[in-house]
Design a protein around this ligand. Structure first.
Ligand SMILES: Cc1cc2nc3c(=O)[nH]c(=O)nc-3n(C[C@H](O)[C@H](O)[C@H](O)COP(=O)(O)OP(=O)(O)OC[C@H]3O[C@@H](n4cnc5c(N)ncnc54)[C@H](O)[C@@H]3O)c2cc1C
Length: 362
C-alpha cells in the first residue's frame, strides 16, 4: 500500500497542481465517475497567494455555486493614469469582482474532493515517464500511474517543460501587498517610470484597504517600492509575488498529456488575469480527458483536436486581441498620453469593452 493507493492502481487521470485550473479540471473529471489523483506541492491550498483576485462577471456563470463570502468587493469604475498623470475614467456596464483568491482555491479543492478526487498535498511532482499503456509519475515521495497526466502547475509548468512544449520567452514578475489608505475605485497606472512593459494597480477591498501591486519585466521590487511610497506614502514589503507569462502557445497537448491554466498561458495578455480563462479551459480540458478515456485514444493528435483546438476556439481570439492591446499599451509613453486624452468618447467605447476580450464588447 502507498497511503490510500494500491501500487497496482492506474488512475484514469493524474493532475499536478491544486489551484484554480487543477482542482476545477480534476473535479469535473471525477464528477463523471473517473478516478483522479490531484498532487500539490504546497501544504496549505491557496497559499502562498500570487493573485489580486480581480475577475469579471463571468466568474458567476462559470461557478454558479461559488459562496457569496468569497466576493470581497464589487467595483465598476477604473481610472487609467497615463505617464503624465492624465486620468481616463472607465465605467464597466457589468460588475467586476474582487474575490478572496485563496478562498477560491480552497473552495475548488473541497469541491474536487467531494466529487471523489484523491489528493496528495505537500508532495512535489518531479518527473514523468511514458510507458506503453500509462504514464508513470514520480513525486518526491512516491510513484503513481495514470492513463493521462494533466499539468496545472502554473506559469513555470514542470510538466509542460518536460513535455518540451514551447513557451513564450518573455515573462513579467508581479508583486503586490495589501495596504491602508483612501481608495474609491480601481486605479491602473501606466508608464516607463512607473512599471515598464505593464502597469501598476490599486484594487480596493473597501474604502480603506486596497491590494496594490505592479508587474514589470525588470527589477519589480525597485519600481514597486517607489510606486507604493508615491501612492500611499509607506513602503510595505510585497507579500504576493509571481510570474505572468502570456502568448498563444502552438501546442498544449502531447501523448497522454495536457497542460491547463497558466501552464498553458491561458492568460489575458493585457492584464495578466488568468482565473476566468483558466476556468473556461479547465472544462474543455476535462471534457477532452473524458473523451480520450472513453475512446481509449491517448495520442497527441486526438488531444490536440479535442483540447487545443477547442480551447483556442473559445479564448484564442481573446488572447490574440490581448496581445495587440498589450502592444498598444506598452508602445511609448507619448502614445499612451495621447490615448488617455481620448476623453469621454474613449471612455464610453472602452467601458463597453469585454474585460476578458473573449468578445469585443461585454
Ligand atoms: C501578482 C499577480 C496578480 C494577479 N492578479 C490576477 C487577477 O487579479 N485576476 C486574475 O484573473 N488573475 C490574476 N493573476 C493571474 C492568476 O493568479 C493566474 O492566472 C492563476 O493563478 C492561474 O491558476 P492556475 O491554477 O493555472 O496556476 P497557479 O495558480 O499558478 O497554480 C499552480 C499550482 O501548481 C502547484 N505546483 C507547481 N509546481 C508543482 C510541482 N512540481 N508539484 C506539485 N504542485 C506543483 C503550485 O503550488 C500551485 O498550487 C495574477 C498573477 C500575479 C502574479
Amino acid at each position: 500500500m502507498t497511503g490510500d493507493f494500491l501500487q497496482d492502481d492506474i488512475f484514469d487521470v493524474i493532475v499536478i497542481g491544486a489551484a484554480v485550473a487543477g482542482s476545477r479540471t480534476a473535479g469535473i473529471i471525477a464528477e463523471s465517475g473517473r478516478s483522479v489523483l490531484l498532487i500539490e506541492e504546497n501544504t496549505n491550498v491557496g497559499h502562498p497567494c500570487k493573485c489580486t483576485g480581480l475577475v469579471s462577471w463571468r466568474i458567476k456563470e462559470l461557478l454558479p455555486t461559488m459562496p457569496e463570502k468569497l466576493f470581497v468587493n464589487t467595483v465598476q469604475e477604473a481610472r487609467f493614469y497615463s505617464p503624465k498623470g492624465r486620468g481616463l475614467l472607465l465605467k464597466s456596464k457589468k460588475p467586476v469582482y474582487v474575490i478572496d483568491r485563496p478562498g477560491l482555491d480552497k473552495y475548488l479543492f473541497d469541491l474536487a474532493q467531494e466529487a471523489g478526487v484523491q489528493t496528495k498535498i505537500n508532495e512535489k511532482f518531479v518527473s514523468y515517464e511514458m510507458k506503453e499503456d500509462h504514464v508513470e509519475v514520480k513525486t518526491d515521495r512516491d510513484t503513481y500511474r495514470g492513463k493521462i497526466i494533466i499539468g496545472a502547475d502554473g506559469a513555470n509548468s514542470p510538466v509542460g517543460k518536460q513535455a518540451g512544449l514551447k513557451y513564450p520567452e518573455t515573462y513579467l514578475v508581479g508583486v503586490q501587498t495589501t495596504a491602508k489608505g483612501k481608495f474609491d475605485k480601481v486605479e491602473l497606472w501606466f508608464g516607463s517610470e512607473v512599471s515598464p512593459k505593464f502597469f501598476a494597480w490599486v484594487v480596493p477591498e473597501n474604502e480603506n484597504v486596497a491590494r496594490i501591486g505592479l508587474a514589470t519585466d525588470r527589477n519589480a521590487s525597485k519600481y514597486y517600492e517607489k510606486f507604493l511610497s508615491d501612492r500611499v506614502g509607506d513602503f510595505v514589503k510585497p507579500d504576493v509575488g509571481g510570474i505572468i507569462r502570456f502568448g498563444l502557445m502552438d501546442r498544449t497537448s502531447d501523448d497522454r498529456l495536457m497542460v491547463v491554466g497558466d501552464a498553458a498561458c491561458q492568460v489575458k495578455p493585457y492584464s495578466g488575469g488568468g482565473i476566468v480563462m483558466g476556468l473556461i479551459s479547465s472544462k474543455v480540458c476535462a471534457e477532452a480527458a473524458l473523451k480520450s478515456l472513453k475512446h481509449k485514444e491517448f495520442g497527441r493528435k486526438f488531444l490536440v483536436d479535442n483540447y487545443d483546438k477547442k480551447w483556442k476556439a473559445k479564448i484564442g481570439g481573446g488572447i490574440k486581441r490581448g496581445l495587440a492591446l498589450n502592444k498598444i499599451l506598452n508602445s511609448s509613453d507619448r502614445s499612451l498620453d495621447m490615448m488617455m486624452s481620448a476623453g469621454r468618447i474613449g471612455s464610453k467605447l472602452l467601458g463597453k469593452m469585454d474585460m476578458d476580450l473573449i468578445n469585443y464588447f461585454a
